[in-house]
Design a protein around this ligand. Structure first.
Ligand SMILES: [Ca+2]
Length: 222
């Protein structure tokens, strides 16, 4: 064997040795995790989960605010219309009760910020209408989750949207007090954006999925 060959052989065996070493489980991985390492990992996981939940909270909040803003926009628009025409949109006979074509009146008025019906926020759609109740001579802005204001069920998320309007306007969440209340039945027409009748739940308490929609008495306190 020449000197060159022997040094080459030595080199090869050195490489084999390193190669074998790299596949040996290290002392580090054999000893497992210490309690402190586990604690650190748990704290980091906690921070990540906290950040994700906080992020979801912020998104929900922003979405709720959008529906609140849209409801208030309807109120502004209704009074702006009243200023201009001396009556509410949908009150063509001027008896103070909204019962005719709200959509036609609003579209004819050509407002810069015309409302969108339905309003889609995230994966939910909300129908905001105007209506009157001839029996108790009161008008309301109605917020529902379906075009006929008669949903088979209202999900917890949808309920939270309605509750956020109540707490924003009334200052407290209560389905049967204040100027924002829960409706348990509506006669609604999505083609005219008009509600011509409703049953209101005047019993004080928390909002439940029994609601069919929200009533906001914007013109007269109950
Ligand atoms: Ca209320």
């Amino acid at each position: 064997m020449t000197e060159h060959q022997s040094s080459k052989a030595a080199g090869t065996s050195k490489i084999r040795e390193l190669f074998a070493m790299s596949y040996q489980p290290s002392a580090m991985s054999q000893r497992g995790f210490t309690l402190i390492e586990l604690a650190i990992v748990l704290v980091i996981i906690g921070i990540i989960i906290g950040a994700v939940l906080k992020g979801q909270d912020l998104i929900d909040n922003a979405r709720h605010k959008k529906l609140i803003a849209e409801t208030k926009q309807w109120e502004t628009l209704t009074w702006a219309y009243y200023d201009r025409k001396g009556r509410f949109p949908g009150d063509s006979d001027k008896n103070g009760i909204i019962d005719a074509n709200v959509k036609a009146d609003i579209q004819n008025a050509k407002f810069v910020n015309e409302p969108t019906v339905p309003l889609t926020i995230g994966s939910y759609s909300f129908y905001i209408f105007l209506g009157g109740n001839a029996t108790d001579k009161r008008n309301a802005i109605v917020v529902c989750t379906t075009g006929d204001c008669n949903p088979t069920s209202v999900s917890d998320e949808e309920l939270n949207y309605l509750i956020s309007i109540d707490s924003s306007i009334d200052g407290v969440e209560n389905k049967g007090t204040g100027i924002v209340r829960s409706g348990t039945g509506f006669t609604a027409n999505s083609a005219t954006w008009t509600v011509t009748g409703w049953t209101v739940d005047n019993s004080s308490g928390d909002w439940t999925s029994a609601t069919k929609g929200l009533l906001y008495y914007f013109d007269k306190k109950p």
